[in-house]
Design a binder for this molecule. Structure first.
Ligand SMILES: Nc1ncnc2c1ncn2[C@@H]1O[C@H](COP(=O)(O)OP(=O)(O)OP(=O)(O)O)[C@@H](O)[C@H]1O
Ligand SMILES: [Mg+2]
Length: 259
C-alpha cells in the first residue's frame, strides 16, 4: 500500500492477530477457535456470524481481556491486551443481572466499580435507562422484567460508563422479531449518538447486514474467519433498505460463505 494511504487510515482501535484458543480437557484438548485475524476501525459497527459452537463467545471473551488466547495476540488502542479495560464493555449472551438489585442499580454497577459518586452514578444510569426506553422500570427487580427488558438493562449497563468498544454477544438472541427490530433501531441510534465501536455476534444474517459496516463469517468449530465483507449500503438504513436488491445480494454472499 502506498505510504500516503497508510497515513490516512485511522489507527485501528482493536487488532486480533492469529488469535487461537484450545481448552484443556480430561481426554483430549478441545480446539475452540482455530484462527482469527482482523481489525476494527474506530466507530465501526462490525458483526460476526458463525454456526453454534464455532468459538464466537470464546473470541469475544478474549477480546474483552477476560481470558488470554492460547496463541496469537490482541492489541487494544495500540497496546497488547492483558486484562479487562474500562474502555471495553461486554454484554454477555445471557444477561447476567444481579437479582437483588433494581434495574437502575444494575446499570449503576460499573460506575460504582469505577468509584463514581452515588448521585452522579444514579443520574447517568437513569439517563441510560431512558435511552433504552426503560425509565418506568428503573425500580423493578430483574425477576419482574421481560426477557427483552432484561437485555436492554444489560445493554444500558454495558454503555453507562461510555466505553470506546462495546462487545455484544447475541444481545437480542431470545427475542421475538418485532422486539428485535425495535432494539436494532435503538442500538443504531445509541451507536451513532455515542460514537462507540461495536463488535456484535449474531445468528441472524439480515440483522448483521442491516446494522453493520462489515460482517465477518466463521467456519464450524474450530472456527476461523472465512469472509470479511464490507456492507456497502447507504445510511441511514430504514425498512426500505430491506427491499434493496443489494441487501438481498449481500445476505446471499454471507449465507453462501457459511456452507
Ligand atoms: N471454558 C471452556 N472450557 C472448555 N471448553 C469450552 C469453554 N468455553 C467454550 N468451550 C467450548 O468451545 C467451543 C466454542 O464455544 P463458544 O461458546 O465460543 O461457541 P459459540 O460460537 O459462542 O456458540 P453459540 O453460537 O452456541 O453461542 C465449544 O465446543 C465449547 O464447548
Ligand atoms: Mg456463544
Amino acid at each position: 500500500m502506498p505510504e500516503a494511504l497508510v497515513h490516512k487510515m485511522p489507527e485501528a482501535i482493536l487488532v486480533a492477530e492469529n488469535v487461537q484458543m484450545t481448552f484443556a480437557a480430561p481426554d483430549s484438548p478441545l480446539e475452540a477457535l482455530a484462527e482469527a485475524t482482523f481489525s476494527l476501525q474506530p466507530n465501526a459497527f462490525v458483526s460476526i456470524i458463525g454456526p453454534s459452537g464455532c468459538g464466537k463467545s470464546t473470541l469475544l471473551r478474549i477480546l474483552a481481556g477476560l481470558v488470554p488466547p492460547t496463541s496469537g495476540r490482541v492489541l487494544f488502542a495500540g497496546r497488547p491486551l492483558a486484562e479487562p479495560q474500562r474502555e471495553i464493555a461486554m454484554v454477555f449472551q445471557h444477561p447476567a443481572l444481579m437479582p437483588w438489585r433494581t434495574a437502575l442499580r444494575n446499570v449503576m454497577l460499573p460506575l460504582e466499580v469505577l468509584g463514581e459518586g452515588h448521585g452522579e452514578a444514579e443520574r447517568r444510569a437513569g439517563d441510560m435507562l431512558s435511552l433504552v426506553g426503560l425509565s418506568e422500570f428503573a425500580q423493578a427487580l430483574p425477576r419482574d422484567l421481560s426477557g427483552g427488558m432484561a437485555q436492554r438493562v444489560a445493554l444500558a449497563r454495558g454503555l453507562v460508563h461510555n466505553p470506546d468498544l462495546l462487545l455484544l454477544d447475541e444481545p437480542f438472541g431470545a427475542l421475538d422479531a418485532l422486539t428485535r427490530e425495535r432494539l436494532n433501531a435503538e442500538l443504531i441510534e445509541i451507536w451513532q449518538k455515542r460514537r462507540v465501536t461495536v463488535l456484535m455476534v449474531t445468528h441472524n444474517i439480515q440483522e448483521a447486514v442491516y446494522l453493520s459496516d462489515r460482517v465477518l463469517t466463521m467456519s464450524p468449530r474450530p472456527g476461523r474467519i472465512v469472509l470479511d465483507l464490507p456492507i456497502d449500503l447507504p445510511r441511514p438504513r430504514t425498512q426500505e433498505t430491506l427491499y434493496l436488491p443489494r441487501f438481498t445480494a449481500l445476505t446471499r454472499i454471507l449465507r453462501d460463505s457459511l456452507g
